[in-house]
Write a protein that binds this ligand. Structure first.
Ligand SMILES: Nc1nc2c(ncn2[C@@H]2O[C@H](COP(=O)(O)OP(=O)(O)OP(=O)(O)O)[C@@H](O)[C@H]2O)c(=O)[nH]1
Ligand SMILES: [Mg+2]
Length: 496
C-alpha cells in the first residue's frame, strides 16, 4: 500500500475513535486534505517580494503588493470554480468580501472589518497554477515579537497540532541575521515541521542586486550558488535560486500599451536610451520628446524596475523580440521563474504525497498525544509504525541528517547519496544523475551499479555508524529504482 493510502487508513480509524468529539471533524478534514493540492506558504521578511512572486507563479495580479492593509493578513489562494473572497474574522462567522479589479490588480473591500479583525482571507480563483498547489501569502516578518509577524509565525510554526502548510518558499533578499534566526526556530521542531526537505530558498528581487545592471541576474546566480553551498543555509533550505519576481509578474501580465511604450524607448538612438535609463530619476524626468507623461513613466518603472526597462529596451533594440508575447517569454525566462518552477516541480510536486502524508501523520500523532481517549493508543502506534517504516520518510530523515551534518563522509559520496535519495528531485534519472532522456537500459545499469556500491558501503566495517544507516536507506532506494517503483514521491513505501 502506498504511503498516502496507509495515511488515509489510519486517519479513517482515527475518525472512528474520535467520533462525537470535537476532533472528529478536524480529523476528517485532515483526511480530505490528502486529496487536495499541496499547500505551499510563501514566507520572508517585510517587502521581500512575497506577494509579487505569488502573482508571478499564478500569472495574475491577485495578491496586493506594496501598501494596503490586506498585506497584513495571511491569505490563501486556491483554485475554485468561481471567483470568490471569504474573510475568516476572529469573531463571528466567515463572510464574503467584495472585490474589484483595478488596473488588472484585484482590490478588496473589507467593509466594516479592519485588517486586525481578520484571521485569514481565502481567495478562490479558477487557475491552472493553483490546481497544482494552494499558495499561502504571509505578512512580512519584521521582528519575531511584532504582532503582524506573529501571524506569519503562527501559520508556519503553529502551537496546535496542524501545520497549515506542507512546504515553504522562503524569500531572502540577502541573508540577514534575522533570517537565520527565523529559519532555525521553525526548523527546530522535529522532522515534521518545515525542514530543509520541504523548504526552498529564494534570493528575491534578484534584479536589484547589481543595481539593475544588465548582468544583475548573473551576479544574483553566483550569490545564490554560494548561499546554496553554505552549511548554515543548507541546514535550513534545500537550495537557493535567484528570482526577479517583479519581472516575472510583469511578463505574465504584460499589456500591449506597455509593449508600445517600451518599443518607443528602444527606438531611441542607443546613446540617448542609455542616458534616459541611467537612473530612475532621469527616466521619470528627462527627455520630454519621448511623449510620455511622468505618471506613465512611473507606472512603467513600477512594473518593470530599472533592470526590466533596460533589459526590455535591449531585447527590442537587438531584435531578439519583436512582439509582446516574445518579450513576455524572454522576460519570464530571464527572471529565474522558469528555473523556480522546475525546482518546485521536482522538490515539492513530485513528492507531494510524501509531504502531505507527513503533515497529516504529525498532526495526528499530536492529537493522540494531547487528547488521549479509549482506542487512541492504537492509532498512535499505527502512526508511529508508518513514520518509522515508510521508506520515503527514511529518505527524508537521511537527507536532513546530511544537511544538518549528522551524516558525514567524503564530499563525492555525500553528493551521490543526496541525489540518490531524491535531494535534487525524485525522478529516477535525477536520482541516478542521468540526463532526462536516458534510456531504460541506462537507468537500469546505473541503478545496479549504485546498488552494489551502497551495499558495499553499508557492509564495510570502516563506514561510520551514521553513514551505514544512511547507506542501508540508499540500498532500499536502489532496490526501489530497480523494481521500477521509482517515483518514491508518489508511490509505495513499505519494505518488500
Ligand atoms: N525591482 C524589483 N522590485 C520588486 C521585486 N519584487 C517585488 N518588488 C517590489 O517590492 C515592493 C514590495 O513587494 P511585495 O511583493 O509587496 O513584497 P511583500 O514581501 O509581499 O511585502 P509585505 O507583504 O508588505 O511584507 C513592491 O514595490 C514591489 O514592486 C523584484 O523582483 N524586483
Ligand atoms: Mg505581501
Amino acid at each position: 500500500m502506498s504511503l498516502v493510502d496507509r495515511t488515509r487508513v489510519v486517519l479513517g480509524q482515527a475518525v472512528d475513535v474520535y467520533r462525537d468529539t470535537p476532533y472528529e471533524q478536524r480529523l476528517a478534514a485532515m483526511r480530505d486534505r490528502l486529496d487536495e493540492p499541496l499547500r505551499v506558504a510563501i514566507a520572508g521578511r517585510i517587502k521581500a517580494g512575497k506577494s509579487t512572486l505569488l502573482n508571478a507563479l499564478v500569472g495574475e495580479r491577485l495578491a496586493p503588493t506594496d501598501a494596503g492593509e490586506c498585506t497584513r493578513i495571511v491569505t490563501w489562494y486556491q483554485d475554485g470554480h468561481t471567483y470568490q473572497v471569504v474573510a475568516q474574522p476572529y469573531q463571528g462567522p466567515p463572510r464574503q468580501v467584495r472585490f474589484s479589479r483595478e488596473d488588472a490588480a484585484i482590490e478588496l473591500d473589507l467593509g466594516d472589518l479592519g485588517a486586525d479583525d481578520v484571521a485569514q482571507l481565502e481567495v478562490s480563483w479558477p487557475s491552472q497554477a493553483l490546481r497544482a498547489m494552494t499558495l499561502i501569502d504571509t505578512p512580512g516578518i519584521g521582528s519575531l515579537s511584532e504582532q503582524i509577524s506573529q501571524r506569519s509565525w503562527s501559520l508556519l510554526v503553529p502551537d496546535d497540532e496542524e501545520t497549515p502548510a506542507d512546504a515553504v518558499i522562503y524569500l531572502m533578499r540577502h541573508l540577514h541575521s534575522n533570517d537565520v534566526e527565523f529559519l532555525r526556530a521553525f526548523h527546530d521542531v522535529e522532522v515534521s515541521r518545515p525542514n530543509p526537505v520541504n523548504a526552498i530558498g529564494i534570493l528575491s528581487r534578484a534584479d536589484e542586486i547589481a543595481v539593475g545592471r544588465l548582468d544583475a541576474m548573473a551576479s544574483a546566480g553566483r550569490i545564490a550558488a554560494r548561499l546554496s553551498t553554505d552549511p548554515s543555509v543548507r541546514k535550513l533550505v534545500q537550495s537557493v535560486v535567484p528570482v526577479a519576481g517583479l519581472l516575472a509578474e510583469t511578463a505574465a501580465t504584460l499589456t500591449e500599451v506597455e509593449f508600445a511604450r517600451l518599443r518607443r524607448i528602444s527606438e531611441l538612438p542607443p546613446a540617448e536610451a542609455d542616458q534616459l535609463l541611467l537612473s530612475a530619476d532621469r527616466f521619470v524626468q528627462t527627455m520630454p520628446e519621448l511623449g510620455m507623461t511622468s505618471i506613465e513613466r512611473e507606472s512603467l518603472l513600477d512594473r518593470f524596475g530599472m533592470f526590466g526597462l533596460r533589459l526590455s529596451a535591449a531585447l527590442l533594440r537587438h531584435g531578439t523580440c519583436t512582439i509582446s508575447t516574445e518579450l513576455a517569454r524572454e522576460l519570464t525566462e530571464r527572471s529565474g521563474l522558469a528555473q523556480l518552477r522546475e525546482i518546485l516541480g521536482s522538490l515539492f510536486l513530485e513528492r507531494r504525497d510524501v509531504l502531505k502524508s507527513r503533515s497529516a501523520l504529525l498532526a495526528l500523532a499530536e492529537v493522540t498525544r494531547v487528547h488521549a481517549r479509549p482506542g487512541s493508543e492504537i492509532i498512535a502506534a499505527g502512526v508511529e509504525e508508518i513514520i518509522a517504516s515508510a521508506h520515503p520518510f527514511n529518505e527524508l530523515r537521511v537527507l536532513s541528517g546530511l544537511r544538518a551534518g549528522w551524516v558525514t563522509g567524503k564530499p563525492g559520496v555525500v553528493a551521490e547519496l543526496e541525489q540518490l535519495l531524491g535531494g535534487s528531485g525524485a525522478a529516477p534519472h535525477q536520482r541516478l544523475r542521468l540526463p532526462s532522456e536516458a534510456s531504460g537500459a541506462e537507468l537500469e545499469a546505473a541503478a545496479d551499479g549504485a546498488l552494489a556500491r551502497w551495499q558495499r558501503r553499508a557492509e564495510n566495517p570502516l563506514t561510520s555508524a551514521a553513514m551505514a544507516v544512511a547507506a542501508r536507506v540508499a540500498v532500499r532506494s536502489c532496490e526501489g529504482l530497480i523494481a521500477g517503483r521509482h517515483s518514491y514521491g508518489t508511490a509505495d513505501t513499505k519494505a518488500p
